[in-house]
Design a protein around this ligand. Structure first.
Ligand code: GLU
Length: 283
């Protein structure tokens, strides 16, 4: 059975791009007789605002969506810790104290998500005190897993290249979060039985890392669907931090959410907004 999900982070109000993403995931599940899940990704302790989860539910209902809500990330910390311990025992994590500035200054290559960590702390003694992040030794992990592939419904079969992102952080002690996005989302999708990971194509590169984690942790391998993105008039992705108009404001102003959902489904986008080209080449 097809199980998709929408996994918003409560660090800012949802905007049209989220509405589009939720509708795509919802409709993929419903058109295949499957289930559509919503999971609140609330483990970013510094920016997370719990009251936003309620706002998100109201927004999704306003759009006419029906979903099953699964437990929020904050209630799953033990599973993240257990997985991190396992990876550490497999010798695949190493502690790192480097600051962002140090990494930016030292990084030799730029990856899909910014400067690639140059491996400064790789091989260091793991016995030093104080707050540290734990990074995945990607080359060592790939040597253990062997070559991996994964499938995006739109882009086709991919050879996993987690090495392009470098040694990603999996445990971020200094920010008081027990798991990074990569570790938490991979474990959650497996625990929730998600068979079709549906999200924007801006997260395509992350899926290479997630495929590696699935292999290391013996998790089931879903299929992915990285959909096209809504773009602003200047061609940039709509983003919370750029103050794209929120769904909550539109809802409170009395706009018809069902009508908005219909226009998004039909690709009739509000003025000034366009849809990027998709991974299958369609606009
Ligand atoms: N929580 C992530 C976000 O709001 C999405 C995670 C995902 O879909 O994999 O950007």
């Amino acid at each position: 059975m097809t199980v998709t999900r929408f996994a918003p982070s409560p660090n800012g109000s949802l905007h049209l791009g989220h509405a589009y993403s939720a509708i795509v995931a919802h409709d993929l599940a419903k058109s295949r007789g499957g289930r559509f899940l919503v999971r609140i990704e609330d483990i970013d302790g510094t920016r997370s605002r719990p009251s936003l989860a309620e706002e998100f539910r109201a927004d999704l209902a306003w759009l006419g969506l029906e979903w099953e809500e699964v437990p929020a990330q904050s209630s799953r910390l033990a599973s993240y810790e257990a997985a991190a311990t396992r990876l550490r025992e497999m010798g695949l994590l190493y502690p790192c104290r480097c600051t962002r500035a140090e990494i930016a200054a030292a990084a030799l290559t730029k990856g899909p998500d910014g400067p690639v960590y140059p491996g400064t702390c790789r091989g260091a003694d793991d016995d030093f005190a104080g707050p540290v992040a734990w990074r995945l030794d990607v080359r060592k992990a790939l040597a253990q897993s062997g070559p991996l592939t994964w499938i995006d419904e739109l882009a086709g079969e991919q050879i996993a290249r987690p090495d392009l992102a470098g040694d990603v952080v999996l445990v971020r002690k200094e920010a008081d979060t027990p798991a990074s996005y990569h570790l938490a989302v991979t474990l959650d999708d497996a625990a929730d039985g998600v068979s079709l990971v549906t999200r924007g194509m801006d997260l395509f590169a992350a899926s290479h890392v997630h495929r590696l984690l699935q292999a290391l942790l013996g998790l089931p391998v879903p299929v992915w669907h990285h959909h096209a993105l809504l773009l602003d008039a200047d061609g940039t992705k709509l983003a919370k931090r750029r103050n794209s108009p929120s769904l909550a404001n539109r809802r409170r102003a009395g706009e018809d959410g069902l009508a908005l959902a219909t226009t998004l489904r039909e690709g009739r986008l509000p003025a000034g907004i366009t849809l990027s080209e998709g991974l299958d080449g369609t606009p």
